[in-house]
Design a protein around this ligand. Structure first.
Ligand code: HDE
Length: 727
């Protein structure tokens, strides 16, 4: 059998940040590289017909699998003999079929059929008085855009010319982030509230039981629904008009539909409606034409757009805005937050503020048009939402839908979706993570920069997106949109103090010890000091104890955002003050050995079990061991059953066994630990020898075996100062 050789290409194309992608269908030897890490500018670099310099291939890139292994034969699968079975080891075949099997992703639930193109947006009139959006600050400002036109009801493979609304979704890659204006070619909508959207879409899509009609509203369920939803009648007028059978995507208007907000640098806001006006003017077909086009060229609109752009006949639209204030809104006989209403231009003329030009076809339909993810929630500083309940619902839906369509929360890393301005945050990991953020700053606040590390990005109160608070009667007082916390939330210490002061003395000691242990592991001195300075607001004594435990100087008290108050200690907050004297659910180990008194062991076991406790017999050997009165098998071997596994220990041993066990480190440790952990130790006379070696002093909780039941499994905290420094 021929052996496969996997020679690495000595002159493999350069990769940046380890990211290298062979763009399918991008032409001879096309390779695409993405530059970008943790928010740097994402760029795409195309290398067409790049020679690999090996002398092979005549300028054509070598065919490889997805891991770079060159493929010798792309025609035949690997088989055992000329007519033999195909071999499972054929990784070339397996990968090819595997990838092919998974080429499709879920189509959009609405707007599945779409055509996209790249272009540019240019501000033609600066409107800084209206909005602080950077793109509108200066005439001549430009940004790249991607536009996707779509029908609504049909599937991804449906025809271009049904009677339907056309989606007009624009993604503007501005220098302050992506702004997605996800509109339609009709200025109003069927419904007023997002709550009805699934019903609307269900009704217009193929009927659920029969799977037809495709891409058509002319059927029972749609008309049943709209006949019951009078709010849809305005939109029905538009949908039955020639607007719904356009001649070309280049000849449709676009509308943001909802009322949005402009917010200027002073924080003043006005309402705004967005309009796209085609420079070619509007044109429609007749219904008969539309039907015939569907047969003659199902891709009529997609082809028309593609060919026009390829021929340099770049379609263009002006961006117009209708800007108005609350007073204007209040005077209208309709609600401007109702998406089934428009504002007649005779009442409020458009101001033209920009121009959109589509000048580049997509290079790959799937990578761009299919994977583009529009989010109405993508707004930039200077543009904000209104309370339109339809818009509010969309703000959730589009983000959510991308997870289902693109499969990962990292869909923003797909080149068509990534912003073209830098982006930095503390989001990490997730399916299909392609960025490789460095450093350990994946949370904020952090003080890592002070320690010379990369502390990551920080919020920018001056230039960051700030939601408009609201200034109408619905958004005053408690209804204002704010990112604040109520004043009493600023008390961070009173209840920390309450908790600490409600503990018993040794519980407090445990807290102090825990803090000493944890902070001793912290290598950043400033962090340790900061914690100490905060502890002083909780309890000075605690802070001093911890500082002493660390051998550190007590720093000045941190300034409290709100001075703590003394609350009355609460006994309920202590474990020890609420401990139950019970054997229920507790586990007691009885240590025995050969020769031990079986009756005594069984007697103790019965008493413990009768009280709801569990018993484990532990012995140096598992047995069955010969004991006085028969044989006994241990549940656990001594070295493998350390006393930490039990709530209390007891031992019933013959003196000569005890003598031997006193020399056994595991046995001595068994008692030493039980003692150090303040557990009950019930012992027979013989065991005393071992106890002495383990440093177990007679006293609270160290009782003769007969006294076990009166002590039970309580912890004997009074013993603690003898086994641990609690200062
Ligand atoms: Fe959409 N809409 N929509 N819609 N819509 C989607 O998002 C939704 C609405 C529009 O080319 C989906 O990414 C809800 C109005 C366009 O990729 C989904 C509501 C307007 C596109 C979704 C609406 C639109 C979509 C499906 C009512 C005009 C295609 C895939 C609250 C202003 C974008 C996706 C593209 C796509 C939800 C109403 C326009 C499911 C819940 C009104 C142009 O998220």
């Amino acid at each position: 059998m021929p052996s496969k050789t996997r020679k690495p290409a000595a002159d493999a194309p350069a990769t940046l940040n380890g990211l290298h992608h062979h763009a399918p269908g991008a032409g001879r030897g096309a390779q695409r590289e993405r530059i970008g890490n943790g928010g740097e500018l994402h760029q795409e670099v195309e290398h067409r017909g790049k020679r690999d310099g090996s002398g092979e291939g005549d300028g054509v890139a070598h065919l490889t699998d997805n891991f770079g292994h060159r493929i010798a034969d792309n025609q035949n699968s690997l088989r055992a003999g000329v007519r033999g079975p195909t071999l499972l080891e054929d990784f070339v075949l397996r990968e090819k079929i595997f990838h092919f099997d998974h080429e499709r992703i879920p189509e959009r639930i609405v707007h599945a059929r779409g055509s996209g193109a790249h272009g540019v947006f240019e501000c033609t009139k600066a409107i800084p008085g209206l909005t602080s959006a950077s793109i509108f600050q200066k005439k001549g400002n430009t940004c790249p855009v991607f536009v996707r036109f779509s029908t609504v009801a049909g599937g991804a493979g449906s025809v271009d010319t049904p009677r339907d609304v056309r989606g007009f979704a624009v993604k503007l890659y501005t220098d302050t982030g992506n702004w997605d204006l996800v509109g339609n070619n009709i200025p109003v909508f069927f419904i007023q509230d997002a709550m009805k959207f699934p019903d609307l879409v269900h009704s217009v899509k193929m009927e659920a039981d029969r799977g037809f009609p495709q891409a058509a509203s002319a059927h029972d369920t749609f008309w049943d629904f709209v006949s019951l939803m009078p709010e849809s009648m305005h939109m029905i007028m538009w949908a039955m008009s020639d607007r719904a059978i356009p001649r070309s995507l280049r000849m449709i208007e676009g509308f943001g539909v909802h009322t949005f907000r402009f917010v200027n640098a002073k924080g003043e806001s006005r309402f705004v409606k967005f309009h796209w006006r085609p420079l070619l003017g509007m044109a429609s077909t007749t219904w008969d034409e539309a039907c015939k086009i569907a047969g003659g060229d199902p891709d009529f609109h997609r082809r028309d757009l593609f060919e026009a752009i390829a021929a340099g006949q770049f379609p263009q639209w002006d961006l117009g805005v209708q800007v108005f204030d609350e007073a204007f809104a209040a005077k209208q006989p309709y609600d401007v937050l109702d998406a089934t209403k428009l504002i007649p231009e005779e009442d409020l003329p458009l101001q033209i503020v920009g121009r959109l030009t589509l000048n580049r076809n997509v290079s790959n339909f799937f990578a761009e048009t299919e994977q583009v993810a529009f989010l109405p929630s993508n707004v930039i500083p200077g543009i904000d939402f209104s309370n339109d309940p339809l818009l509010q619902g969309r703000l959730f839906s589009y983000l959510d839908t991308q997870k289902s369509r693109l499969g990962t929360t990292n869909f923003h890393q797909i080149p068509i979706n990534a912003p073209k301005c830098p982006f930095h945050n503390f989001q990490r990991d997730g399916l299909m993570q392609t960025l490789v953020p460095t450093g350990r700053a994946n949370y904020e606040p952090n003080s890592l920069a002070a320690a010379g590390e990369d502390g990551g990005p920080r919020a920018c109160p001056e230039t960051g997106f700030t939601s408009f608070r609201g200034d109408d009667e619905h958004s005053s007082g408690d209804h204002q949109k704010l990112r604040v916390r109520a004043p009493l939330f600023a008390d961070h210490y009173s209840q920390a103090r309450l908790f600490y002061r409600s503990q018993t003395a040794n519980e407090q000691a445990h807290i102090a010890s825990a803090l000493v242990f944890e902070l001793s592991k912290v290598s950043l001195d400033a962090v340790r000091t900061r914690v100490l300075s905060r502890l002083r607001n909780i309890d000075e004594d605690l802070a001093a104890r911890v500082a002493k435990g660390l051998g550190a100087a007590l720093p000045p008290k941190a300034k409290a955002a709100r001075e703590p108050v003394d609350m009355k200690p609460s006994a309920k907050l202590s474990i020890q003050k609420n401990a139950k004297a019970t054997l229920q659910g507790r586990k007691v180990a009885i240590l025995f050995a050969e020769g031990s008194d079986r009756k005594a062991i069984e007697g103790l076991r019965q008493q413990i079990e009768a009280a709801g406790g569990n018993v484990a017999l532990v012995a140096p050997k598992i047995g069955p061991l010969k004991v006085k009165g028969g044989t006994l098998k241990a549940d656990g071997q001594l070295a493998g059953s350390p006393s930490v596994m039990f709530d209390a220990v007891a031992s019933i041993l013959m003196p000569d066994q005890a003598k031997r066990l006193a020399l056994d480190g595991a046995c001595v440790q068994w008692f030493m630990d039980a003692y150090a952990h303040c557990k009950t130790i019930a012992h027979c006379e013989g065991t005393k020898l071992i106890l002495a070696r383990a440093g177990v002093e007679p006293g609270e909780g160290v009782v003769p075996i007969e006294g076990f039941m009166s002590v039970g499994t309580a912890r004997h905290w009074a013993r603690e100062p003898k086994v641990r420094d609690l200062a």
